[in-house]
Design a protein around this ligand. Structure first.
Ligand SMILES: Cc1cc2nc3c(=O)[nH]c(=O)nc-3n(C[C@H](O)[C@H](O)[C@H](O)COP(=O)(O)OP(=O)(O)OC[C@H]3O[C@@H](n4cnc5c(N)ncnc54)[C@H](O)[C@@H]3O)c2cc1C
Length: 418
């Protein structure tokens, strides 16, 4: 029997939920507050949309940070290959780049939207734009809570057999993701776990950091720590800004330090950068000695050009506490040791993450304990399902977060029983 399905939110998860449900023969309406579907999809992957990751699904699951076990079933029901097939069948060819990241060949995220919109049309999904949902219609029948539809901001009621909430998180609210679904879920008795910006730039305390604004470092090793506890380590590229640090390894690290930052009593969160990870202390010392040898008559402050980017030299000279006018031949062994130590352990204090409006994703959401991982059904409210970023699941960058949205969306729609 065909059911009347209302989906709140026309992002990645809502669109896949609509396809899953309509392909199963149900009558589907998407209610989207924006003037178009998938506003966030347009800005993904810097406008290129890293639509999924082509690694094995086991590997994809390994990149899920919060609640990876919750993803077993939906990743099984709708894989990265299913997504690629869906997009390519709509005439948009895809390509796989470094790290198995998948993009449209055109490098245009708008092409992904074209493919999805075409699929929605073929499956006769009704889309109502400019429609902001204000609340769930909830009824209590024999001690059981039932969702019977939603009410829009203009007061119009949309009755439904099944409502799928796919309103996203709190990140980039300009795309429409303003956390409305969290409020709706709470009204139905659901627990929302702590919400934190993640995959987000980080602010630092040290006054010297802003002087490095614009400096990008490649092939550095970073380590985040609170006291003795190691929170995250990585190798790659980072960037200094006027407020702190950003870039791939910093964004990744940000997903692992949120809780620690909320517990200052356990100590400050430190970011340690190894500027020369390929060299041991001894090798780096030998390298410095060689440079000094070649610059015998130079002052220390003018002798580090071969070792460091120009912008960084005044900062390192200052932090190491060696007189910059000292001749290099007068720099002592102990001073050199301090320099080696500093280049291997340039340390900053993280004060806080930047705000949600700069965060690629929201960490936290509707508790997975209250959601059936196969059907995305609420365990508390009959006729209510969840999909996408509003669930307490998040992942690394690399196409994994969109795959979470595609898979949970599909599972929510496809498992609606007739
Ligand atoms: C800058 C940026 C780049 C990113 N790049 C990538 C990438 O390349 N690869 C990747 O895998 N992930 C990327 N992500 C993450 C990814 O985009 C999200 O995880 C994913 O889009 C979440 O999809 P969703 O459908 O759950 O939520 P959303 O995309 O947030 O969609 C929710 C929708 O619900 C609508 N809505 C909200 N409230 C209401 C309401 N009350 N009534 C009606 N409609 C409502 C919103 O307008 C919105 O359209 C990126 C994120 C950002 C911010």
């Amino acid at each position: 029997m065909s059911k009347n399905v209302v989906i709140v939110g026309g992002g990645a998860a809502g669109i896949l939920a609509a396809l899953g449900a309509s392909k199963a023969g149900h009558k589907v309406t998407i209610l989207e507050k924006n003037e178009k579907l998938g506003k966030k999809i347009y800005i993904t992957g810097k406008g290129r949309c890293n639509v999924t990751n082509a690694s094995s699904m086991e590997e994809v699951r390994n990149h899920v940070i919060s609640n990876p076990k919750f993803m077993y079933s939906s990743f099984d029901q709708f894989t990265n290959e299913d997504l690629m097939k869906l997009i390519e069948e709509e005439g948009i060819p895809l390509k796989t780049e470094r790290g198995n990241r998948v993009f449209p060949v055109s490098d245009k995220s708008s092409d992904i939207l074209k493919a999805l919109s075409s699929a929605l049309k073929k499956n006769k999904v009704k889309v109502e734009l400019h429609t902001t949902v204000k609340k769930l219609l909830l009824e209590s029948v024999n001690d059981e809570m039932i969702c019977t539809g939603v009410e829009a901001a203009d007061g119009k009621a949309y009755k439904a057999d099944v409502v799928i909430l796919a309103t996203g998180g709190l990140s980039y609210p300009s795309t429409g993701s303003t956390g409305d679904g969290f409020k709706f879920s709470q009204a139905g008795g659901h627990k929302i776990t702590a919400l934190r910006p993640a995959l987000v730039p980080l602010e630092t305390k040290e006054e010297w950091v802003p002087s490095l604004q614009g400096l990008s470092l490649r092939n550095v090793e970073v380590e985040f720590k609170q006291g003795k506890k190691k929170l995250y380590s990585d190798f790659g590229e980072m960037l200094f800004t006027h407020f702190g640090v950003t870039g791939p390894v910093i964004l990744s690290g940000s997903s692992f330090i949120g809780k620690a930052l909320e517990k200052p009593e356990k100590g400050e969160v430190k970011l340690k950068i190894n500027l020369k990870p390929a060299l041991s202390d001894e090798q780096l010392d030998a390298r410095i000695l060689r440079d000094f040898e070649e610059n015998k008559n130079k002052q220390f402050g003018n002798s580090l050009g071969g070792l460091l980017p120009a912008k960084m030299i005044p900062v390192i000279v200052d932090l190491v506490g060696i007189d910059k006018t000292k001749k290099v031949c007068e720099v002592s062994k102990a001073e050199r040791r301090r320099l080696v130590e500093l280049l291997h352990n340039l340390t900053m204090t993280i004060t806080k993450p930047r705000e949600f409006k700069e965060a690629i994703i929201t960490q936290g959401g509707v508790s997975v304990k209250q959601i059936n991982p196969t059907t995305m059904d609420s365990k508390l409210v009959k006729g209510l399902k969840f999909a996408g970023e509003m669930i307490d699941v998040d992942a690394h960058t690399g196409g994994y977060n969109l795959q979470i949205a595609w898979s949970t969306g599909w599972a929510a729609g496809r498992t609606i029983e007739g």
